[in-house]
Design a protein around this ligand. Structure first.
Ligand code: GLN
Length: 313
């Protein structure tokens, strides 16, 4: 099943993309995952998917990128559907943090080392550890099938080079896992969790497909083409809430004030936006700010927020 949503070039959108691009030199591509260093900081693309398959785009929308932390919202949805709220929130909390996404400090200070929320690395690793399957391969395939369903595209896969590059350099994420294993939050083999997690972060798509997934969350879990309920409404609501409170890491408060929509970023430079009841947004701009959010992507969203009154508050 590969559906193609036609997307027309947005003239206004392209102007805003070109303007935001001028800020590319203020950001830097991620380098702690060596394979991500190869990206071009000047790239900036955006797609916005409206109801009735109306779609506008700007920039190179064929360009694929890896989801990185954006995958955390999808694995959370998957775990909530598969295991239910009680099980999931027994493992991870619901509170935002002012610490960086990969911080380990709270695992020692919070009782029982339960990660604060599923959007920081510790919480996302705990969620990934819950995915069912006989081995890493089956677990990852189960998650990938879910992503393909949301994407409406059976050809969605992962970037092996990026996955291996992260797997080989994930000393901090391994440490988070061992910490949580020590306290019983994680059960199971750390290497296996790392394999599933790094492949999950390396799932690849373009900004049009990302806009489609953003749309599904914006429209209470419904498929933009068939209206089929792909995610239960209650799960879509929980995910959107985490996107507001924790989606932009420790800059989520500032983002809520300046832009005011549920969104999730990744260190590849991707941002998925879900404007409730209005549209889904997919952005790729690999020039990052110090926090690890796309600098050009955020700049573009600020322009869009102003022009189209995006804020839901
Ligand atoms: N794979 C990345 C990591 O675990 C995802 C983090 C991110 O996008 N912020 O470090």
């Amino acid at each position: 099943r590969k559906k193609k949503v036609p997307c027309r070039s947005g003239v206004e959108l392209q102007k805003l993309v070109d303007k935001a691009k001028r800020k590319a030199n203020e950001g830097k591509v991620a380098s702690y995952i060596p394979a991500l260093q190869l990206e071009n900081p000047e790239d900036l693309s955006c797609a916005i998917l409206f109801p009735n398959n109306d779609c506008i785009s700007a920039g190179d929308i064929e360009k694929k990128f890896t989801l990185q932390s954006i995958s955390k919202i999808i694995s959370l949805a998957y775990a909530l559907i598969d295991l239910g709220e009680e099980h999931v929130f027994h493992k991870v909390g619901m509170e935002p943090t002012g610490d960086p996404f990969n911080s380990i400090i709270k695992l020692e200070t919070e009782s029982q080392a339960k990660p604060l929320n599923p959007m920081i690395n510790a919480g996302a690793l705990a969620i990934t550890s819950l995915i069912k399957g006989k081995d890493a391969n089956e677990k990852f395939t189960n998650l990938l099938q879910f992503v393909r369903k949301l994407a409406g595209d059976e050809s969605i896969g992962f970037n092996r080079e990026v996955a291996i590059s992260e797997f080989n350099t994930s000393h901090l994420n391994r440490s988070l896992c061992f910490f949580m294993k020590n306290s019983g939050v994680i059960i199971g083999d750390v290497e296996e969790i790392m394999e599933v997690y790094t492949k999950q972060c390396a799932i690849e798509m373009n900004c049009l497909t990302l806009a489609r997934i953003g749309y599904i969350f914006a429209f209470d879990g419904k498929d933009p083409e068939t209206n089929e309920q792909l995610i239960p409404k209650s799960v879509a609501r929980i995910c959107k809430t985490f996107m507001v409170t924790c989606g932009m890491y420790n800059a989520s408060g500032e983002f809520a004030i300046k832009i005011g929509i549920p969104a999730k970023s990744g260190v590849s430079g991707g941002i998925m936006g879900s404007v409730p009841g209005r549209f889904g947004i997919g952005i790729f701009g690999p020039a990052l700010n110090e926090i690890g959010n796309s600098h050009t992507g955020l700049t573009l969203l600020e322009y869009l927020a102003e022009k189209y009154e995006l804020s839901m508050f």
